[in-house]
Unconditional design. Structure first.
Lengths: 184, 371, 151
């Protein structure tokens, strides 16, 4: 019997073995779970300033992001997977951001959108109330530059996050792998 | 920070609305005291996006501080830049060329249209209708395409500078603006059919959030919020500046004072903006697009104030200069700040669902309030 | 009323105050103790009728503060600037909330950023900064080595 191994025509992770009467798909459960998670990330409604308008543009019909699986914005952090920090974080807002991040269930991811969330942006010098970068408050997975970044740039950041999840390299995946190893 | 559900001695509840909430249009935190579902008192807590722009501008030169004002009220970014440029020009006595004035007004009116469209889309979304949001963005994307070709950016463009405009308009500008107008005029009827004539929308906005004319004056309300209560306060008409001195348009005033009146003021303002652009788009005079100015600007000692009309109301730019290259003190009088102070008065006695409708028609942009 | 006409009218009405034309409008400088009676006259009289306070702010001149009020009339469409000098050691001035309700939030902002106490204000507390913030940032001698990174 000639068993052919071929690459799947869909991006589904795994290899297909062509056998008569159908095919057999072989994959690892981690890969399948990562693939499923990356294709259905639901963002949280969190926009503080100007980058929120570009985020709304990405959600609207011209640069539609629901074709990538980011179907709905959830208002409650308990139902969201990814938080897109769009806008400046100031001293008064930092505890709120921390509390929202703590309320999100695992697995959760963070995208820092725009120059303000990455490093304080145009408000870096001579300001007394701006947190110079959202990663002083919560751990960030993807940084995105721009003031504001174009909608295509935000789509690129979301796709980068998807690839990061599929390859198992986000912070919480590395952390859970390390805790498994230490547990042994 | 009070962060638990409280009760007052009379048995009422104090709830938090925001700061992370889909309908607060930014980070606005409200403490509302409710009895059942009726609001008794409302206390806004702002400062969640206070980026200390006024202090920061004291160390930036007169050409540099314009970028930070684009980010204050980002939906009418050009008008904020226009205000700063007018104040600096007033201090230095610079004559702006005719061509630059006309380009500035056309770009400002396009920005006003874009801002009102986004307002319309998000107001409808807050009240439960999701489709108008996408229709609003369809037209808004046409405007941002025009902006991107001429000014270089989609949202925060520092195009209006002291002396004129940063660069000449793109050769396709006039054609694209005319195409946009044709499209917009055919769609505005759709907007009215979809939302204005909808019986649920009318029930949710008529009679809600009444603001009388005396209260509007006392609370310092400006813009469409005050014009919906019968106060005539359009700075473009009363103290005209730039190319507004030479064109004809109407000031829209409604007398009811409720949410529906404020909504109709903005819808008719969109049509007036189209009328203004039509008067100017074919008559852009030839000439320079920027007056010759020195590289380093130094304002003489004194104080300068400019009033102008943004999409939300009257913006004031107040510069106190001691003769150096940086301002001694800058104050931005923001329209949203005074409109927000009237919110407590407007929602007393209404339900929580009406709060959303009133906040939507006030059209608050929180970074404009917090600076 | 035109600027010249308004200037003459104000000079007859307030003979002991210093009034001049600034860059746009007549400017009147008074002491902080006279504030309430001056505003009552400006708002209440029929020929001036300044019922719209469109900007209230403060400037720090290192030896003293100056509170600046921009007033306008919705009926006659004229405007003026009122300046009141406030002592730096004991920064106190009367609140104008009973004349203009918009002053409630504007004065809270000035208190928050400059530290000026407004007497008889219904609810004077910090507005833009957190409640436990120490210091008044917009003063010229404010020093914050942790948060402010110098250019």
């Amino acid at each position: 019997m000639d068993i052919k191994v071929s690459e799947p025509s869909t991006p589904f992770p795994g290899t297909i073995h062509e056998t008569p009467g159908g095919g057999i798909l072989l994959s690892s459960l981690d890969d399948v779970i990562n693939w499923a998670r990356s294709n259905s990330l639901w963002p949280l409604v969190f926009g503080t300033s100007c980058c929120a308008i570009e985020m709304m543009s990405v959600a609207s019909a011209k640069y539609d992001f629901s074709r990538f699986g980011f179907e709905v914005f959830r208002a409650s952090p308990r139902q969201a997977d990814v938080i897109i920090i769009s806008g400046t974080i100031v001293n008064k807002m930092a505890p709120v951001l921390k509390r929202l991040f703590d309320q999100m269930p695992e697995p959760k991811y963070v995208i820092a959108m725009g120059a303000c969330a990455t490093s304080g942006g145009p408000f870096f010098y001579n300001t007394y109330s701006v947190v110079k970068g959202a990663d002083h408050v919560i751990p960030v997975d993807v940084y995105l530059a721009g003031c504001p970044p174009r909608p295509e740039a935000l789509l690129h950041a979301l796709i980068t996050l998807q690839e990061k999840i599929k390859s198992g390299l986000t912070r919480e995946q590395i952390r859970s792998k390390m805790s498994e190893e230490y547990g042994k | 920070m009070r962060n638990v559900v409280d009760t007052t001695p009379e048995g009422n509840m104090v709830l938090n609305v925001g700061p992370q909430h889909p309908s607060t249009h930014g980070v606005l935190h409200l403490f509302i005291t409710v009895n059942g579902e009726t609001i008794l008192n409302l206390d806004p807590n702002i400062g969640y996006i206070h980026r200390s722009i006024e202090k920061m501008c004291e160390s930036l030169s007169y050409r540099q501080f314009i970028y930070s004002t684009s980010r204050m009220d980002y939906l009418s970014a050009h008008m904020n830049n226009h205000g700063c440029a007018l104040t600096v020009e007033k201090g230095l006595q610079i004559e702006v060329p005719e061509r630059a004035e006309v380009i500035r007004v056309i770009i400002s009116e396009l920005t006003r249209l874009a801002s009102h469209q986004l307002w319309w889309g998000s107001l409808a979304m807050d009240l439960g209708a999701l489709s108008p949001f996408f229709y609003a963005f369809r037209e808004r994307e046409m405007i941002t395409d025009i902006m991107e070709e001429t000014c270089g950016a989609r949202l925060t463009m520092n195009y209006i500078v002291p002396g004129g405009v940063m660069a000449d308009i793109h050769p396709d500008f006039q054609r694209k603006v005319k195409e946009f107008m044709v499209q917009f005029k055919s769609k505005i009827g759709e907007y009215h059919e979809l939302v204005t004539d909808n019986v649920i929308f009318q029930n949710r906005t008529k009679g809600i959030g009444k603001l009388s004319k005396e209260d509007a004056i006392s609370y310092g309300c400006t813009g469409p919020t005050a014009r919906g209560s019968g106060l005539s306060c359009d700075i473009r008409k009363i103290y005209p500046y730039s190319a507004y001195k030479n064109i004809q348009f109407n000031e829209i005033i409604e007398t009811e004072g409720d949410s529906f009146a404020r909504y109709m003021v903005r819808m008719r303002e969109m049509e007036e903006s189209v009328h203004i652009i039509e008067q100017l788009i074919d008559n852009i005079p030839e000439g320079e697009f920027q007056a010759k100015t020195k590289a380093v600007l130094k304002l003489p000692k004194g104080e300068f104030y400019t009033r102008l009309e943004t999409a939300r109301g009257e913006l004031g730019v107040y510069i106190v200069s001691e003769g150096g290259t940086t301002p001694y003190r800058i104050k931005f009088r923001s329209p949203g700040f005074s409109n927000l102070s009237a919110l407590n008065h407007m929602v007393k006695g209404h339900k929580i669902g009406d709060l959303v409708s009133v906040m939507g028609t006030l059209d608050l942009v929180i970074p404009d309030i917090d600076r | 009323m035109e600027n010249e006409h308004l200037l003459n009218s104000l000079q007859t009405g307030f003979p002991e105050a210093a009034i001049a034309i600034g860059s746009d409008w007549p400017e009147m400088s008074i002491e902080s103790t006279q504030l309430l009676e001056v505003i009552e006259k400006l708002k209440g009289s029929d020929k001036w009728d300044f019922d719209y306070l469109f900007c209230e702010t403060c400037v720090d001149w290192k030896t003293h503060f100056t509170m600046v009020y921009h007033l306008s009339s919705t009926q006659y469409r004229h405007s003026m600037v009122l300046k009141a000098k406030v002592d730096r050691e004991i920064p106190q001035i009367e609140s104008v909330v009973k004349f203009y309700k918009t002053a409630e939030m504007l004065e809270r902002e000035v208190y928050d950023l400059f530290g000026i106490q407004f007497l008889n204000h219904p609810d004077l507390r910090r507005l833009l900064l957190t409640e436990d913030w120490v210091g008044y940032p917009l003063r010229k001698d404010y020093h914050d080595p942790i948060n402010m990174i110098k250019l």
